[in-house]
Design a protein around this ligand. Structure first.
Ligand code: AFP
Length: 353
């Protein structure tokens, strides 16, 4: 009987519980000069993520599904939950004293921290609710965030657009929250990629995926293939190649596409594979791909590189791009190192069918 209870206790109580706060504090101890501002900022992001998670789970019961009736800066219909998530993040991050400026995918201009609040030394850019076309049908969605240091560390003035327009390699932290079968936050501060699962009973993010490394090659490719006729010949050839039967090179690969970047990225990060949103000629007004550099491509690129993978436009490393617009779009090929390289070789016509 005693043995049995011991066994139960062993199953129910994990040997070591590491909350995200403890993990961040332990990481910060490695940097004696750290002021604690960064931990505070991540703490605020976690608070906002918990609130959004709660409301995403209850959306159907709280009249939070459906359109808000307005369009965002990209001319897309804004969903009620999009706006709710945007407001939640702004309200959670504004008074913390850690930021000088924010940028949201839902807001045309930067959101400076007013002088009435304490102005900090960090910049936070976020896509409050990515994959919003999946909201109403209970499919995984997410939040993506990217953190930079402000350009002039000595300034106490509100931050500016220039503080937001920094290349991805200068990020000090990037992460995402996935609202899926469970809620997880995955982040990197340049010291590996770590994943934490929200335990709803304690309301805490608990370390569940330490030091994530993505496989060097995977068996998944993720792409919206309805765009086939709009793609360049090089990328079309990659898609033709990936579907051909060839046991030696593990083909055909498996097609998996959700249409929420966070969910597609998270699956491929853990299983290995490649996500592609290349340039297409569907909308003549958009000549640069669909996904946003600052809110989607750059933060995910920082994470994937830290996990041992790669991210490129097909021609240029995502983290090297110098942004010139807050809502700039880029083509994105991201995932396992070998798979990204193969796509790139087809796009650059170094590889033929
Ligand atoms: P929404 O937020 O409008 O649903 O867009 C999601 C997204 O930005 C990204 O999360 C997806 O990977 C991509 O767009 C899906 O785009 P397609 O619907 O064109 O495949």
């Amino acid at each position: 009987m005693v043995d049995y209870i011991d066994e139960l206790i062993e199953i129910k109580v994990p040997k070591k519980i590491v909350t995200i706060q403890r993990h961040i504090m332990e990481m910060e101890r490695q940097y004696p000069q750290a002021s604690g501002n960064f931990s505070g900022l991540l703490y605020d992001i976690c608070m906002a993520a918990k609130q959004v998670s709660y409301h995403v789970n209850k959306a159907g019961l709280m009249d939070l599904l459906g359109q808000q009736g307005t369009e965002n800066v990209h001319g897309e219909q804004v969903k009620k939950l999009d706006m709710f998530a945007h407001d939640t993040f702004v309200k959670a991050l504004m008074p913390g004293g850690h930021l000088c400026v924010m940028g949201s995918e839902e807001e045309e201009d930067v959101i400076p921290i007013p002088k009435t609040e304490q102005v900090g030394k960090y910049v936070c850019l976020f896509d409050p609710l990515d994959g919003s076309s999946n909201i109403d049908v209970n499919v995984s969605i997410g939040t993506i965030f990217s953190i930079h240091k402000r350009l002039d560390a000595s300034s106490e003035e509100p931050g500016t657009l220039e503080d937001c327009l920094q290349p991805g390699w200068k990020q000090v932290c990037a992460g995402y929250v996935i609202y899926g079968s469970s809620t997880m936050i995955v982040y990197t501060a340049g010291n590996g990629v770590h994943g934490f699962t929200l335990d709803p009973s304690y309301g805490e993010f608990i370390l569940s995926h330490e030091n994530i490394q993505t496989p060097k090659r995977g068996s998944i490719y993720s792409v919206n293939e309805s765009n086939f006729d709009y793609w360049d010949e090089g990328f079309k050839n990659y898609i033709r190649w990936v579907k051909k039967i060839d046991e030696e090179t593990n083909r055909p690969r498996n097609s998996r596409y959700i249409g929420s970047l966070v969910a597609d990225f998270h699956r491929n990060l853990l299983y290995g594979g490649v996500f592609c949103y290349p340039l297409d000629r569907k909308d003549p007004k958009i000549k640069t791909g669909k996904l946003r550099l600052l809110y989607e491509a750059a933060p995910m690129a920082f994470i994937i590189e830290q996990a041992g993978g790669r991210a490129t436009t097909g021609f240029e490393r995502i983290l090297d791009i110098e942004p010139d617009d807050l809502h700039q779009r880029v083509p994105l090929i991201i995932g396992s190192e070998e798979d990204v390289t193969i796509v790139e070789e087809f796009m650059q016509e170094k590889r033929q069918l």
